[in-house]
Design a binder for this molecule. Structure first.
Ligand SMILES: NC(=O)c1ccc[n+]([C@@H]2O[C@H](COP(=O)([O-])OP(=O)(O)OC[C@H]3O[C@@H](n4cnc5c(N)ncnc54)[C@H](O)[C@@H]3O)[C@@H](O)[C@H]2O)c1
Length: 353
């Protein structure tokens, strides 16, 4: 089912960060919509990456390259002549940003500049979406959700770099993309996502599924922490909707857009563990006895009214379905199924919700 009025059919779409978790899912969805997809990113990090296990390389064109290489990025744009581009290539981890702040800022800040320069100097591009994060907002520990009008900020290097990426988007919008005939550009802010194909360290679902695979007990830290759990296709649905509107309706859809769960869809780590065990009762978990108090940021919520009202987008899955879709994705991998086909099936099931 095409939720995007057939807009992506036969379109040329460039995705930076296609070898990553979200980027690979986005490319599979775009292929299903009939797009010609061109990826630009560093090579996948491990054999377990969704890009590798789905054999995405056989479905799209891709170049292994660094976003900091602005000449190569520009050449790739000019050679592939995309109609629309999605920018997901980034250093995405807070911990890594503390370990290597210089690389983090180079990639996330100057990478965004290089992306918009490439868009600006490539006449075929009619629309572009920069993917940032809920962490781009200045976190003033408010309990109500941040709206698109709230201030940019970010204390840790990752959040600051994404706040900068937003400021850059706005600057390019006002300075270079406001006149008729220029590309329509926007940014998309979403929080943490879950889904099959994510095996990152120190995340609850990959940790549980890794332990299950290795027949070990998973140690649960912070069982009472509340997180905005979202299945990976929920924000991607938003990015694709945004792209559709930028292509079909133009500049009135430029600017920032929040994509997140409904404010009442907040559940604890413990709720997740219990829901997962309903699906796989054999999973063993143990709450960490460590007395060490790790800093836990308060739940950061996004106000999603603007997207719900204007983009014909809303979260489709409730909590139970979010966990079910996620665990199904992991189990298909553990059962050695054809993962490209499985991801397509999940996209279809999601669209039919
Ligand atoms: N996963 C989440 O929960 C989440 C939440 C909020 C925002 N985001 C944002 O979504 C985007 C994608 O995140 P993800 O979770 O898929 O991350 P990921 O680590 O799985 O993928 C990152 C992608 O960027 C590419 N990349 C990184 N550094 C690069 C460089 N120097 N040059 C070229 N390519 C480079 C990688 O090769 C990979 O393709 C990022 O912008 C991230 O900040 C992710």
């Amino acid at each position: 089912m095409d939720l995007f009025s057939n807009i992506y059919k036969n379109k040329r779409v460039l995705v930076t960060g296609d070898t990553g978790f979200k980027g690979s899912w986005l490319c599979i969805w775009l292929k299903e919509l009939g797009a010609d997809v061109y990826g630009y990113a560093l090579p996948p990090l491990t054999k377990q990456d969704n890009y590798v296990t789905t054999n995405l390389a056989s479905q799209i064109q891709h170049i292994d390259s660094d976003i900091r290489n602005k000449e190569k990025l520009q050449r790739y744009f000019n050679e592939t002549k995309p109609d629309i581009a999605f920018h997901l290539a980034a250093q995405p981890l807070v911990i890594e940003s503390y370990n290597n702040p210089h690389y983090n800022f180079e990639t996330n800040v100057m990478g965004t500049v290089s992306f918009f320069e490439a868009v600006r100097n490539c006449p075929s591009v009619r629309a572009a979406v920069n993917v940032t994060t809920d962490k781009c907002y200045q976190n003033i520990e408010q309990s109500i959700g941040y709206t698109e009008e709230d201030k940019m900020g970010g204390d840790d290097p990752y959040s600051a770099s994404k706040g900068c990426s937003e400021l850059i988007t706005n600057s390019y919008l006002k300075s270079f993309f406001s006149k008729d005939g220029t590309a329509n550009i926007a940014s998309a802010r979403a929080g943490n996502v879950i889904g099959g194909g994510d095996w990152a360290d120190n995340r609850i679902l990959p940790d549980i599924m890794r332990s299950y695979k290795n027949k070990e007990t998973s140690i649960i830290r912070n069982p009472q922490s509340v997180r905005p759990w979202q299945f990976v296709l929920e924000p991607l649905f938003g990015y694709l909707k945004l792209g559709e509107k930028l292509l079909s309706k133009g500049k009135s859809f430029s600017g920032g857009w929040n994509f997140g769960p409904y404010p009442n869809e907040t559940y604890t780590v413990n709720d997740v563990v219990n829901e997962v065990k309903k699906i796989i009762p054999a999973i063993k978990t143990e709450v960490s006895s460590s007395k060490e108090k790790l800093h836990e940021a308060n739940l950061l919520q996004l106000n999603i009214d603007k997207a719900v009202k204007n983009l014909d987008w809303k979260p489709k899955l409730n909590f139970k379905e979010t966990i079910q879709f996620t665990i199904d994705g992991y189990l298909q991998e553990l059962e050695n199924k054809n993962l490209y086909d499985c991801r397509v099936e999940q996209i279809k099931a999601y669209c039919n919700k």
